[in-house]
Write a protein of this length. Structure first.
Ligand code: 2HG
Ligand code: ZN
Length: 452
């Protein structure tokens, strides 16, 4: 590939062609998806992104936009030798508007840096996930990332007040005015958010901030069974308006985390399910909890641990947050991020092992996730990376229960062949027409969302 023009656009420091240096960009976080690339492009400005995409459009060269490369569905991996367009050097936070509670940032800024900038100004950016220090804001927008606080604040889509992006023709589209009211036609941010780099490359965003809670408390709860835990989830959702997160995990995941990271378990017990509940709000949390229906359980159970300061809260959160790393250290997992309708979570968690066993009864299954949103992360260790049989069986089962085959990680390349489990042919045809309107040459992230 003739890369001279790209070097002219980006400067020699903005392009990496040495395969030994670009391997960090060609494998996804799970290691299940990998590829190679003639070059990693590292623009610093929207203008450079625009020029690069214009060049690719003119020369019919495919490219894969990439943020922090923390995705788990192969959605930012150059599996067919595409160029990688990394936004890693676009990390300027341009404005934190104290008056309106808004932040404007380039897309390559990490989620953690956005959270900290907001916090320095007395605000909070309410999307949170364990890859916060590597995941980029652009990546969280491209995937409509969820995380642990969706229950309270919504997905990434709910935080976006304006976007700037570069379409597949290299045109700069969108705006960053951040008007609270603006009904001028189709909602571009809503459409681009979750489009996984297939419609445009997000270059900047204006995001809403919220007032941080005055007091926060984490409570770890242990249960004999999942059904018992889920009845508490319902109670919490109904009666505690301060709840920020309600996460679930199970004994085998907890054991793996404790073994891998050499940490003591919360209790010497073998329990059916664990919930980690995070509560935040005005001063007086403990009193409000003691007046809620939750207090009966808290007062009688032997399996309750409180974290009221940063350190003790962190200690409880590590049991949940370290699942991904602990599983990854044990092998290359098949990750199926799914959500179930209300009332189906117990059935799913109880039956999914059996469904997997009909195909292979030697796999290891780990379930954990966001109980308050019905979002379970199914992690299966054992099958080879290219084997799709278990993925298909689990995703078909999810669809049969009325659930979503992708709750928060996206479709990427991992689930492109399964999109029809949740979307009709007519819907997929409309999706393709939308893609063609934004990206007429089909150069943006080919193979993601739609199978090639
Ligand atoms: C989480 O909730 C992330 O921790 C990762 O979405 C989930 O590793 C996973 O499967
Ligand atoms: Zn998650």
């Amino acid at each position: 590939m003739e890369l001279e023009s790209l070097i002219t656009i980006l400067g020699s420091g903005g392009i990496v062609t040495d395969p030994s240096l670009n391997s960090a960009y060609t494998v996804d976080w799970t290691r299940r998806y990998s590829g190679n690339t003639p070059a990693v492009l590292l623009p610093k400005t929207t203008e450079q992104v625009s020029q690069v995409v214009k060049w690719c459009y003119k020369n019919s060269v495919a490219l894969v936009p990439q943020g922090g490369n923390t995705g788990m569905v192969g959605g930012a991996t150059p599996v067919n030798g595409e160029l990688v367009l990394s936004l890693k050097r676009m990390t300027d936070i341009e404005e934190v508007d104290d008056a309106t509670g808004q932040i404007v940032t380039q897309a390559g800024t990490t989620l953690g840096d956005v959270q900290q900038a907001a916090s320095r100004h007395g605000w909070k950016y309410p999307v949170d996930l364990s890859a916060r220090d590597s995941a980029s804001i652009g990546g969280t927008i491209a995937t409509n990332a969820g995380g642990s606080q969706v229950l309270r604040y919504g997905n990434t889509r709910e935080q976006i007040l304006g976007l700037e992006a570069v379409s597949g023709t290299g045109d700069v589209i969108g705006d960053l005015r951040g008007l609270s009211k603006d009904n001028t036609g189709y909602h571009l941010p809503g459409l681009l958010c979750g489009s996984e780099g297939t419609l445009a490359v997000v270059t900047k965003a204006r995001l809403r901030l919220v007032k941080p809670p005055k007091e926060e408390l984490s409570i770890l709860l242990g249960f004999r069974s999942l059904i018992e835990a889920l009845s508490i989830v319902e109670e919490i959702r109904k009666s505690l308006e301060d709840v920020q997160a309600c996460e679930v995990f199970f004994q085998n995941g907890l054991d793996l985390v404790c073994e891998k990271f050499e940490i003591a378990p919360p209790w010497n017990a073998h329990l059916g399910a664990y919930l980690l509940v995070d509560i935040g709000g005005q001063i007086g949390l403990e009193e409000r909890i003691s007046n809620s229906p939750l207090s009966a359980f808290l007062n009688t159970s032997n399996f309750v641990a409180y974290g009221s300061d940063n350190l003790s809260r962190k200690k409880l959160w590590q049991y949940r947050d370290l699942h991904t790393e602990a599983i990854s250290a044990a092998g290359v997992p098949h990750k199926l991020d799914v959500s179930l309708p209300h009332g189906k979570l117990n059935e799913f968690c109880n039956d999914v092992q059996e469904i997997i066993n009909t195909i292979d009864n030697e796999t290891q299954l780990f379930l954990f996730g966001h109980a308050g949103d019905g979002n379970i992360h199914v992690n299966v260790l054992g099958p080879s990376p290219e084997d799709l049989e278990i993925d298909t069986a689990v995703l078909k089962y999810v669809a049969s229960l009325g659930g979503s085959i992708s709750a928060e990680h996206g479709i990427g390349r991992a689930k492109a062949h399964h999109l029809n489990l949740n979307r009709t042919t007519q819907e997929i045809d409309i999706f393709r027409e939308i893609k063609a309107a934004f990206d007429p040459a089909g150069i943006l992230n080919p193979g993601t969302i739609f199978p090639q």
